[in-house]
Design a protein around this ligand. Structure first.
Ligand SMILES: [Mn+2]
Length: 353
């Protein structure tokens, strides 16, 4: 955690801030190691304070050795001013993307003589560069996901419902060591696969149906993200054609994305292939997103992205084509940039057709 705090403190200097007030749960855990669901961090150049309530003070002492643990009661107006005074804070950053309006009003009332600076993605940017141990945890979460997918996929038969498939996948992930699911399992069969984030229904999967399955496990707080499109029985020619366009877009992106490239350029590699094939309108989401504590985090590989990709970033590559009333295809791997190149973390087999 010491490196993480140092990175944060370097950023405080750049922003001319005396301290930062951390409210976002993943950022709190990332910076302090504390897993509890309630608490605040106040970090200056000299001090790192973790303020939490009675339920968590003992746990916080174990999990966050680099922080001074303080037990708090009541809302921030009752305890924050004393810390701000003690630390001599004049300009303090807060997480503008996390706090709600009511909380901001309390913050302003608590710290009337302090200049409050709204920060966006302040810690999230640091989180984009994964440490070796974080990558190991994501690899482990991906292995769990791959194993669960292949196990369920090899036993899929017509007559099962989408909800049953989703439950089998969830069960298999938990049985393989996942501490939770990273997000609700997506299963869309037949025309339901046209919905990129299909909620599993009672639809019975028939012979010849294509099925989009999107799932993720969790290991030590870190997620994985895997999508496969599979076909029960013989797919139609139209289906094969669309599947192969998506597969080509995905594989080309994996082969060509490199360190130093903008996330926007990375997205364009896959998008151009799908556009050229005449399905540009049917690829309505971005190519990928970062994976870590959050299901979706920086970097975002989209046509509007301003980020640059670099070594040790972990993200997904997941092009798709969706046609209303017909169905859809998406293929997604979780990958990492290593030595300048994309290395897939996901190993689950892909259908060929
Ligand atoms: Mn994803």
């Amino acid at each position: 955690m010491k490196n993480r705090l140092q990175n944060l403190r370097d950023k405080l200097i750049k922003k001319d801030l005396d301290a930062v007030f951390i409210t976002q749960a993943h950022n709190r855990r990332y910076l302090s190691g504390f897993h509890g669901t309630a608490g605040y961090l106040i970090i200056s150049q000299q001090k790192a304070i973790l303020a939490t309530d009675f339920r968590y003070t003992e746990q916080a002492k174990d999990e966050a050795p680099d922080f001074e643990i303080h037990r708090i009661t009541g809302n921030i107006q009752t305890w924050l001013p004393a810390f701000a005074n003690e630390l001599g804070i004049k300009r303090m950053g807060f997480e503008g993307g996390d706090v709600n309006y009511e909380f901001f009003r309390q913050l302003r009332r608590a710290l009337t003589s302090i200049k409050l600076v709204s920060l966006s993605s302040f810690v999230e940017e640091i989180r984009t560069i994964k440490e070796p141990e974080e990558i190991d945890f994501i690899v482990k979460a991906s292995e769990i996901t791959d194993t669960a997918f292949e196990y369920v996929e090899s036993r899929l038969n017509p007559g099962i419902t989408e909800k049953q498939v989703a439950w089998e996948l969830e069960k298999a992930m938990r049985e393989n060591g996942s501490e939770a699911i990273a997000f609700d399992v997506i299963v869309g069969s037949g025309s339901n696969a046209a919905l990129p984030h299909a909620k599993p229904t009672d639809r019975i999967i028939n012979e010849g149906d294509a099925i989009v399955v999107d799932m993720g496990a969790k290991y030590r707080g870190y997620g994985s993200d895997l999508t496969r499109t599979i076909c029960l029985g013989n797919p139609t020619e139209k289906y094969k054609g669309i599947y192969n366009i998506v597969l080509k877009a995905q594989q080309t992106a994996i082969a060509k994305i490199s360190q130093g490239m903008t996330a926007k350029a990375a997205d364009a590699i896959a998008r151009k292939i799908i556009e050229k094939a005449g399905y540009g309108e049917a690829f309505g989401h971005s190519l990928g997103h970062g994976v870590g504590f959050a299901e979706h985090e920086l970097p975002f590989l989209s046509p509007n992205s301003k980020e640059k990709l670099s070594d040790s970033m972990v993200f997904t590559v997941e092009p798709g084509i969706y046609l209303e009333g017909w169905g859809g295809v998406r293929i997604e791997d979780t990958v990492v940039i290593e030595n300048g190149k994309v290395k897939p973390i996901t190993k689950a087999r892909k259908m060929t057709c």
